[in-house]
Design a protein around this ligand. Structure first.
Ligand SMILES: [Zn+2]
Length: 216
């Protein structure tokens, strides 16, 4: 019964929200319906506690959002490749942000070598990040700190995966955007941490092997 009541309440709350927005600005929905013009593409975790607009303090229309388990940018995932393509070529976003979070269940699951059925191929991408940074991670003896560091390194590697995409490289070469940033959100304190990834340096490094701006 409780879930049925809470389900019904969603529509009641929605009506209240619509009225509140119209009171604040009678043209709110008319303007939103006309177009979206976000400067940011946010790639985050599906975790219900990490809500892009809210943690960034942005209104509807200001951030284009993609979320999946452990905020991954996977080369064979047509979903995220389509989101990035649309964000870069049609919305002309200025920043692509990969935002992980401490306490990420997906990253934690990947830290344990276990068979997790259908989740195996997805989590393998996180396990690959562990393998790439195995020496650094294994040197951290405190398991909580090692877990936090894997969350950060996973964000870093997903930023590199964004930079490896042809549309991102071409757009930056031609227009000077988008830039790519990596953040980690703290569930316990609500603070966003910028990993201060040096975009130009990483772009140069990536392009040494993955320069996709030149034709044959
Ligand atoms: Zn997560």
């Amino acid at each position: 019964m409780q879930i049925e009541n809470s389900y019904k309440k969603i529509f009641e709350e929605n009506k209240k929200w619509v009225e509140k927005k119209k009171d604040e600005n009678p043209y709110f929905f008319a303007h939103l319906a006309e177009e979206q013009n976000p400067d940011y593409l946010y790639i985050g975790c599906s975790d219900s506690r990490v809500h892009a607009n809210e943690i960034m303090g942005l209104a509807p229309g200001e951030v284009f959002v993609h979320r999946n388990i452990a905020n991954m940018v996977v080369n064979s995932d047509l979903n995220i490749l389509s989101v990035i393509n649309y964000a870069v070529e049609h919305l002309h976003v200025k920043y692509i942000i990969v935002c992980g979070h401490y306490g990420c269940g997906g990253v934690k699951a990947a830290m344990k070598p276990r068979n997790l059925g259908i989740l195996n191929p997805w989590l393998r991408n996180v396990r690959d990040v562990y393998r790439l940074h195995e020496d650094e991670l294994d040197a951290i003896t405190d398991m909580e700190s090692r877990y936090d560091r894997l969350v950060e390194l996973n964000v870093y590697e997903q930023c590199l995966n964004v930079i490896k995409i042809a549309e991102v490289q071409k757009s930056y070469l031609e227009k000077g955007y988008p830039r790519v940033a990596g953040w980690v959100y703290g569930l316990k304190d609500g603070i966003l941490h910028d990993l201060q990834i040096d975009f130009k340096k990483e772009l140069n490094r990536v392009q040494k092997i993955y320069d996709l701006t030149k034709e044959e």
